[in-house]
Design a protein around this ligand. Structure first.
Ligand SMILES: Nc1ncnc2c1ncn2[C@@H]1O[C@H](COP(=O)(O)OP(=O)(O)OP(=O)(O)O)[C@@H](O)[C@H]1O
Ligand SMILES: [Mg+2]
Length: 597
């Protein structure tokens, strides 16, 4: 059975960075290149700033046979050069570079976030069944994208300056004394080697952290969403304890991550002090053997201190890259997940207007491998027919509708409309063919109007009102302050259960599609409302096909045919009268309800 798992990796597959981030960087290459050049120049300027004391020493103060006026003239040039360098190259380039970069960064993150959101939205219910909404939210606004953004920020804004700073300083050393320059290069190489080793470990810790954060976000979102149940069952203390456990997990992972990074940081800092001591010894030796003068000694020591910042910048780049690459691997795994209900390469334009019958041909389907819910089910629903699926809870009634809507594909057999396999349509085209009232209609946290327009975005208020009247919903909508503009709260929490159902019915009627599915659409309504709505639906349907699912069997009396599902198959089929005339499950179900009533 195909599962919504990452597609198997080809042998030489480019990294997630190459596939998902690089193209976005290329799109913003002018901005990024501009920022890197400006910030690089500004970093070089910082390195040069560090050597001004040497030039002050060598050209102004410690020179023989130069008149005082000439010394002041030289100082003026030196000071002017310093100010131009700092104000124009350092500050202005830095600021303009930062502007360019910030624009590019926000564009890249915007695009990556959008790509992730669109992809996740498009993924099948199998994927969504395995990933909670809280976890997916944490990808979009939690540490994975933040880690990528932090690295990108550092790589553009600090790294070029750091690298140029290191190179300029090394070049200056090289010009002053090749022995000291070589010593510094060897220690810089050693330092980079240590950073690379640390990066591997930090990447692993980051990956752990992000996984824990994703899991915890999912669980905490669930606890918050279930707040009403928490109150009803007086679970506040237990939930608070659960939350503390989750938060503690995050605390421990953050601690582990930050302490390890800090230890590596300390090691790097220790290395710079060792190098400084070596440098002092080397300078003394080279001075005593007459290879360098005091000015160079002072410059070497000052320039080395100026080198520490850029070297730390390089180290930071390594640690941030560890976080970003862990994040990209996780983001890439989601982006590389293929839907199990893919659109065909060349989808049929529209579900045919002639609307042939809907047919399940020898369909076997299970949500999990080896546990079929439907086994070898075949049935045909003629155009314009009213059919009902009834049967015990868990028999697979809703599952059949999910197959019709291609929320899942069967493992065996075919579902067709007319002659066409459902897989020949794009899922969008197919789903627009159906008006659905699901068993658990989802109400968005927005206005009533927006909730209704989900079915038909261009519907005007007159059409909305008509649909609401048919669904017996206009009365309560008109009574709400704001009417169609009233907001309904998260999950429609400001509406009653029956109001939510009527809203969902109005939504489906508004869609005015060729085929309707009503899954327990009136189960929360009183019998009078149910009767009114059923009549309105019947009136509205005309010659359109309709599928009803109901436990209250009296409500499906009017259907042309009733399929009784049980044990993974169709146990009985026929009209209400035919089924009542036979011994069997249907009769038992009806009698059971009559007794109860
Ligand atoms: N997303 C899912 N993942 C795994 N199993 C599922 C999923 N949805 C449903 N099932 C299982 O599939 C079986 C059929 O579920 P289905 O929702 O089709 O039942 P139903 O006939 O509509 O029941 P009810 O009358 O209670 O709504 C059940 O055993 C259920 O546990
Ligand atoms: Mg159901």
């Amino acid at each position: 059975m195909p599962d919504s798992s990452p597609s198997p990796a080809a042998p030489a597959r480019p990294s997630a960075f190459r596939r998902h981030v690089w193209p976005l960087l290329l799109q913003n290459r002018v901005l990024i290149a501009g920022a890197v050049v400006l910030v690089g120049l500004s970093g070089g300027a910082v390195a040069v700033q560090n050597v001004f004391p040497k030039w002050l020493f060598s050209y102004v103060l410690d020179v023989e046979g130069v008149a005082t006026a000439e010394r002041w003239r030289r100082l003026a040039w030196l000071a002017a050069g310093y100010l131009v360098l700092t104000s124009i190259v350092r500050m202005m380039f830095w600021h303009v570079g930062y502007r360019l970069f910030t624009r590019a960064r926000e564009q890249v993150i915007f695009a990556l976030r959008g790509k992730f959101f669109r992809h996740v939205n498009h993924l099948c219910l199998r994927f969504h069944g395995a990933h909670s909404s809280g976890e997916l939210f944490s990808y979009l606004f939690g540490s994975p994208l933040r880690a990528v953004m932090d690295f990108f920020q550092h790589a553009t804004m600090n790294l070029p300056g750091s690298v140029v700073g290191v190179l300029v300083t090394l070049a200056l050393f090289w010009q002053w004394d090749w022995v000291i320059a070589s010593l510094l290069m060897v220690t810089a190489g050693f330092s980079v080697h240590m950073m690379m080793r640390a990066r591997v470990r930090i990447e692993k810790i980051q990956k752990d952290f992000q996984r824990v954060e994703g899991d915890v976000s999912g669980q905490v979102a669930d606890l918050l969403r279930g707040n009403k149940a928490v109150k009803l069952h007086a679970m506040e203390t237990k939930v608070a304890q659960d939350f503390e456990l989750q938060a503690d997990m995050i605390r421990r992972k953050s601690y582990e991550r930050d302490i390890y990074s800090h230890v590596e940081w300390i090691k790097q800092e220790g290395l710079t002090y060792v190098c400084y001591a070596l440098l002092m010894a080397a300078c003394t030796w080279r001075f005593l053997t007459g290879h360098i003068d005091l000015g160079v000694v002072a410059a070497c020591l000052a320039a080395y201190l100026g080198l520490v910042g850029p070297l730390q910048g390089v180290f930071t780049a390594f640690t941030l890259w560890a976080g970003a690459s862990a994040a990209l691997e996780r983001i890439g795994a989601v982006l590389d997940t293929a839907t199990t209900t893919p659109d065909p390469a060349a989808p049929a334009d529209a579900v045919p207007a002639t609307r042939g019958p809907i047919a399940l041909e020898r369909v076997t389907f299970g949500y999990e491998p080896g546990r079929p819910v439907l086994r070898d089910v075949s049935l045909v629903i003629a155009p314009g027919e009213r059919v009902a699926f009834v049967g015990p809870s868990g028999a697979g009634k809703t599952t059949i509708t999910q197959l019709l809507l291609r929320l899942y594909d069967p493992q065996e057999g075919v579902v067709r409309i007319g002659d066409a396999d459902l897989r020949s349509f794009s899922t969008r085209t197919l789903r627009r063919h159906f008006g659905v009232v699901p068993q658990d209609p989802f109400i968005f946290n927005t206005t009533l109007r927006d909730n209704l327009r989900v079915a038909r975005p261009d519907a005007d208020d007159a059409a909305i009102r008509r649909a609401c009247e048919q669904a017996n919903a206009w009365g309560f909508i008109a009574a709400l302050p704001g009417g169609l503009d009233a907001r309904v709260g998260e999950g429609g929490s400001m509406l009653s259960g029956g109001q939510r159902q009527r809203l969902a019915i109005a939504r489906a009627l508004l869609a005015a599609t060729a085929c309707f599915i009503f899954d327990e659409a009136t189960s929360a309504l009183d019998t009078l409302s149910e009767k009114l709505i059923s009549e309105a639906i019947e009136h509205n349907l005309g010659d359109r096909t309709a599928i009803f699912i109901a436990h209250r069997l009296a409500t499906v009396k009017h259907c042309d045919r009733i399929f009784v599902l049980s044990g993974g198959g169709i146990a009985q089929a026929g009209s209400y009268a035919e089924l009542m005339a036979r011994e069997g499950l249907f009769q038992d179900l009806v009698r059971g309800q009559q007794l109860r009533d």
